[in-house]
Design a protein around this ligand. Sequence first.
Ligand code: PA5
Length: 435
Amino acid sequence: MIKVDISNVWGQISLPDLLAIEHEVAAAHNTLAQGTGAGNDFLGWRNLPVNEPTEEMKRIQASAEWIRENSDVFIVVGIGGSYLGPRAAIELMQGCNHNIGKGKGNPQIYFAGNGLSTRAWNELMRLLEGKDFSLAVISKSGTTTEPAIAFRGLKWLLERKYGTDGAKKRIVAITDPNKGALRQMATEEGWETFVIPPDAGGRYSVLTAVGLLPMAVAGIDICKVMKGAYEAREYYDNLRSFENPVWLYAGVRNLLYRNGKPIELFESFEPGFKMMGGWWQQLFGESEGKDDKGIFPVSAEFTADLHSLGQMIQQGERNIFETMIRFNAPENKMTILGDVKNLDGLNYLEGKTLDFVDEKAFLGTLAAHVDGGVPVITMDMGELNDEKLGEMFFFFELCCGVSAYILDVNPFNQPGVEFYKRNMFRLLGKPGYEV
Ligand code: PA5
């Protein structure tokens, strides 16, 4: 299970503070569990984890197998909650450079429709030259502009390459069961489809086909992911005390916010964790940032960002707290060699492993930041594997729901996201958006 350590926040919060917030955490968890809070028609994510594969999961695995056998490249078209989860999962489990050496049988995976950059589009076109490819178009609403534009272009490419019927086999649509343009297109064209349950919001959908199909195409064992999530739900959703790491995290981050720390830096020492930081950022940012409230979520990668953000963390305005994620070191070690000349002065580390140095960097950073007045919550994730991935997804979703209810905001809506879209549509001349 995930261990949350709050020993480095004392001084910024007190034990009486923590004990005083306990009833708020308990009330927030009850509100979530009993479905009595704001946004309670979007609690479907709590029932997604399963211990045994469902028919839907078997269909996802079969679809992924076909895609793996018939594609050099698989493209995931989606944005926000329809893209961050699968990308986070694949990069965490297989690294940022997971596409190197991949091809038919174990396709490369790229993400499209998550922006409007022509350069990114041109790069994708170059990557696809001479490649067999398939795609999943993911949109809960079925009407989001960025993925819709990318999908229109990729569908045209598929039809040109494989003909109309050949293209149909290479398109999977993941969307609402009844509503939206994508559902209508999928029905008319006869594409394979998977459902995003209407009661699971985009940023809480990683344990649906949204996350599971791309994970399965990447070769991640989705049964293990779901088992990890299931066990996480059984444990974290039932334990009602500060022994529950969900309670500790949700309670302490709210206390720090009340004590003048409105910014949370979420960091790990794994480059492959970067997109998990992006997924976490959307989850907490969209869930909590409303009604003029919210902890501003920022993700960072250490030690790389210690050489950019480190100065600000150490000596800038004292308005941040950190959440540092740690995993067990992998079994394959890198050992630092000796050198006769020792011009770089590194011989004092001869025979030491890279993860030994990493551990000291973590401890040194922690001590420095705490000395600098930055409270740090640490999370020990243990071993990184497919089950842990599922556990982490459910754990943070639950933390987010509880934390947002402590903050007294609706964790499941995102009315503010519409504002930029309205302006963009007006500027684009979309019918119905005239001044
Ligand atoms: O969390 C959310 O609901 C949003 O971030 C959506 O996931 C994002 O806007 C994409 O929406 P859709 O899946 O409808 O295309």
